[in-house]
Unconditional design. Structure first.
Length: 346
């Protein structure tokens, strides 16, 4: 999963990228989108590992993509600047929360850029399909062209009216014609406010939350600077500033879940591990996250819910004795933090 950090120029994307991934932004790479990886912290997996003391402890990961900032006063070039995002699985809109701008207005404006970029990419296809009508073609193909054209026009009209593709009713048949555009307004969106040195404990303004109820914030630059201090000065500064904890772990988790992902766990003396899957994945997809072979030869999954596992001292044996380990088939929908054992045929 690759998540794009997006926004207007200078909103703090590269600072956030470094804070999230530990990778120093390289200005030479930003045009193509620089990639960095972060582990998804998980207190539940940490507690499991405390009990198991495995040889290896592995966290699911999320990749972040630092992208070039958009220009507020030169909007024609922005669709091209956004092209780097087409392959991303989701977008995090980074808002400048440190120089006193209106958060909600920034977000509204940025969402228009995404709509505009999608309008352009879908709209550009329309004359090409129309040109097909000049050629002699069998009725079946003509019908397919007509359907595609109607689909494209419908989507563009809705985008023009401000409806992102994710909120348009799109049938499966229509989706086949739209898939290749990798529309930006179809991707999951999270909103992150990079706060300055003050105000970071204030709740986000109501008008922003009305637009993005799950919006999250952190004083990114400040936390990066504090991290560089020795323990004693850091604690003194933190007390002074009213900063009680660092928010990086929480933010990574917020963004991970906002992208529609969740985790399941595999446990053992050799390795305890969290695996990322799309929310609502079935057991076969979960097996596939571990290994393609495992999904192809899937027989069944033994499942213990996390709450049961924790309340029974993270003991599979105890859970089994209490009948808390369930046997599930291919269509079982995995729940966040399920502990899975996948059984496959040879
Ligand atoms: N005061 C303050 N300044 C910040 C904060 N975050 C970033 N900045 C400053 O804002 C400027 C831009 O930060 P970047 O992280 O490079 O922003 P960007 O979004 O990557 O910018 P572009 O890549 O040019 O679009 C830098 O001078 C940062 O030092 C913050 O939390 N507080
Ligand atoms: Mg940058």
């Amino acid at each position: 999963m690759k998540v794009g950090l997006v926004g207007y120029q200078g909103t703090g994307k590269s600072t956030a990228f470094q804070w999230l991934t530990g990778v120093a932004p390289d200005p030479a790479k930003v045009q193509q989108g620089q990639v960095g990886t972060a582990k998804v912290p998980d207190g539940r997996l940490a507690r499991i590992a405390d009990k198991f003391q495995p040889k290896k402890l592995t966290y699911a990961e999320v990749q972040f993509l630092d992208t070039p900032g958009l220009l507020a006063d030169e909007r024609e070039g922005n669709p091209r600047r956004l092209a780097v995002l087409r392959e991303a699985t989701g977008v995090v809109v980074v808002l400048d929360g440190f120089s006193g701008t209106d958060f909600a207005a920034q977000l509204t404006r940025f969402r228009e850029e995404l709509l505009f970029a999608d309008m352009e990419v879908v709209g550009n296809r329309i004359p090409k399909v129309e040109a097909q009508f000049k050629k002699a073609k069998p009725a079946k193909e003509r019908e397919a062209d007509e359907f595609e054209l109607a689909t494209l026009k419908k989507v563009v009209v809705a985008l023009e009216a401000g409806t992102p593709a994710s909120r348009q009713p799109i049938t499966e048949q229509e989706e086949r014609h739209l898939r290749s555009f990798q529309m930006l307004t179809l991707k999951p969106e999270a909103v992150f406010v990079s706060r300055g040195d003050s105000g970071f404990n204030d709740p986000l303004p109501a008008d922003l939350l009305a637009l993005a109820p799950a919006a999250t914030q952190a004083p990114v630059k400040l936390e990066r600077e504090l991290a560089d201090l020795d323990d004693e000065s850091r604690q003194a500064f933190m007390a002074d500033l009213g900063l009680t904890t660092f928010s990086r772990d929480r933010v990574i988790r917020d963004l991970f879940y906002a992208m529609g992902r969740e985790v399941f766990f595999t446990v053992g003396a050799d390795e305890c591990r969290s695996w990322a899957v799309d929310r609502g994945s079935d057991a076969v997809a979960a097996a596939g996250a571990i290994h393609k072979d495992l999904s192809e030869r899937f027989v069944r999954a033994n499942v213990i819910g996390y709450a049961d596992f924790e309340s029974h001292h993270f003991s599979e044996k105890e859970c089994r004795l209490k009948g808390l380990e369930r046997t599930e088939g291919k269509t079982y929908v995995v729940k966040d933090a399920d502990v899975l054992h996948i059984l496959a045929s040879n």
